[in-house]
Design a protein around this ligand. Structure first.
Ligand code: G4P
Length: 498
């Protein structure tokens, strides 16, 4: 076990992500949290969208051009006795996979919902990942200063659509133009009358008391109402969050469960960010520390490469800038400068042979053949594709029929990012040929004969992923469901981890 001062450091850490559908108010809420933490001091920065333009997430050239937050960054700051790490996630849905992976590195999440729009698609998808991982979530019903849905309807919608029980901890005094403030339900004003009094009677009758254990199991979400823009209801959320949200949680590795307080350092890589400096191809590998304490210039064991490595310039992320750090604790994210040594999912330890689980690739939904468009640059193209895939930008499959490379993504924008980065970072040119495919799924079976038969019959739809595993590329939902019916002993997996 770590010395108690180090344990205290770990106990005070709150590492989380804010998830939402684009435009629900994630950026605005993040900024308000940073303001409360004293990490930034710019009043009105939201209006000018300043945080978007200056935040550490704004590293990639392509992001500047498109104004879309492609990158995932970390914003650390202190609030009261707590150290908060907010992991930013790309707002654009084409980068959903990036967000999924970021969610593997958080200990909890805050879901922001636009009270006029209710639960939207992206929120639903992200919440599925939280449910899968049993991540505790709190809900912030934002934009109460606008005419929106009825609060009870909103809570019903969250309960139904996000499949989680809810209980409000604050309540809005009015809505839309009449919205003035929120109050804590356990400390409500005594002089309430009229419609609000009726509402509160209903709240008391319908919703359970907040049960911290149920929240920590990911079964119950406390709900806060407010307006990030007007900074109403944000402090109530933050004060409750720091006290109740979990400190770093145990992490399951293939070999065993790792406890944060163990004195041996362990961490896994959930994100690789390239091209931080356009002058040379520098990457930063983001590691979530699962246990112990990380020290600069100390040798750690890179499990996949079976190699000891040390890092002279590890960085942590404080508010809007990254800083070199001498030490970091379980719960923290460290950025390690990388020249191609790391892949998503890599494990670093103090010597133990350990593999962290839970970084699945998701079944892509868009597919294109990728071909070389500049015969002189074949090598550069190969290298570029391999490195971009290691970063997790998209997934590579090789057709078993014709040996051609197929790139699978969750959105069109990723093809553009790949093409852009191949050109700018690797001086390589590629050409795309769209492929009409429905889904790629990983197949396995205990019945070798049936598997063999399937692979022969479906030869033209079979591909191999980067690890050499068999992947079935179904060209329609119908074909997939027929295959599932006809081959009862084959399991079709929609994430790479099974
Ligand atoms: P996102 O990161 O989730 O994509 O959303 P973001 O915070 O950028 O907010 C999207 C828009 O919603 C912004 O308006 C923002 O000002 C507005 N907004 C956020 N919270 C609230 C709120 O509580 N009430 C109201 N009324 N609006 C809110 P915009 O017009 O796109 O930008 P701006 O001109 O305001 O900067």
């Amino acid at each position: 076990m770590l010395p108690s001062a180090d344990q205290q450091e770990i106990l005070r850490r709150r590492t989380f992500a804010i998830i939402s559908h684009p435009d629900a108010g994630k950026t605005t809420l993040t900024e308000k949290l940073l303001l409360y933490g004293g990490a930034i001091h710019v009043a009105g920065a939201v209006k000018s969208n300043k945080i978007r333009k200056t935040a550490t997430s704004d590293w990639m050239e392509i992001e500047k051009q498109r104004g879309i937050s492609v990158a995932t960054s970390v914003m650390g700051f202190d609030y009261n006795d707590y150290h908060i790490n907010i992991l930013d996630t790309p707002g654009h849905q084409d980068f959903a996979e990036d967000t999924f992976r970021t969610l593997t590195a958080v200990d909890s999440a805050i879901v922001v919902i636009d009270s006029a729009k209710g639960v939207e698609t992206q929120t639903r998808r992200l919440m599925e990942v939280c449910r899968m991982r049993k991540t505790p979530v709190m809900v912030f019903m934002n934009k109460m200063d606008r005419e929106g849905k009825d609060p009870f309807d909103l809570m019903d919608e969250v309960e139904r659509e996000l499949q989680i029980h809810v209980t409000p901890l604050t309540w809005a005094n009015g809505q839309g133009l009449k919205f003035e403030s929120v109050f804590a339900l356990n400390n409500r004003p005594s002089n309430i009358t009229g419609k609000l009094a009726e509402d509160l009677e209903m709240v008391d009758g319908v919703y359970p008391e907040f049960d911290k254990e149920a929240y920590l199991r990911g079964e119950l979400a406390p709900v806060f109402f407010g307006s990030a823009y007007k900074t109403i209801g944000v402090q109530e959320l933050l004060d409750f969050f720091v006290v109740n949200a979990p400190s770093p949680r145990p992490v399951v590795a293939e070999e065993r469960t790792v406890e944060p307080m163990e004195d041996k350092f362990t961490a896994f890589c959930f994100k690789i960010h390239a091209n931080m400096d356009p002058n040379h191809r520098s990457c930063i590998a983001f590691f979530k520390i699962c246990s112990g304490k990380f020290l600069r210039n100390t040798y750690y064991y890179h499990v996949r490469k079976n190699q000891q490595m040390r890092f002279a310039a590890p960085t942590c992320f404080m508010a809007q800038k990254k800083e070199t750090v001498d030490e970091a604790f379980a719960g923290d994210i460290v950025g390690l400068p990388d020249t191609g040594n790391f892949k998503i999912g890599d494990t670093l330890t103090s010597g133990e042979l350990l593999h962290f689980k839970g970084l699945p690739s998701f079944s892509p939904e868009m597919f294109k053949y990728i071909d070389n468009a500049d015969p002189m640059k074949q090598k550069q193209l190969e290298k570029g594709i391999n490195q971009l895939m290691d970063e997790g930008v998209a997934q590579l499959f090789v057709s078993q029929l014709n040996g051609r490379k197929i790139i699978g993504t969750v959105g069109q924008l990723q093809f553009e990012v790949i093409q852009y980065r191949l050109e700018h970072e690797y001086q390589a040119k590629c050409r795309w040929t769209p492929l009409q495919m429905y889904k790629a799924c990983w197949i396995e079976s205990d019945d070798a004969a049936e598997l063999d038969m399937f692979k022969k019959r479906k030869a033209q739809y079979m591909a191999t992923d980067k690890e050499g595993r068999d992947v079935f590329m179904a060209d329609s939902a119908y074909v997939l469901s027929m295959a599932q019916q006809d081959y009862k002993h084959i399991t079709f997996h929609f994430t790479s981890e099974f």
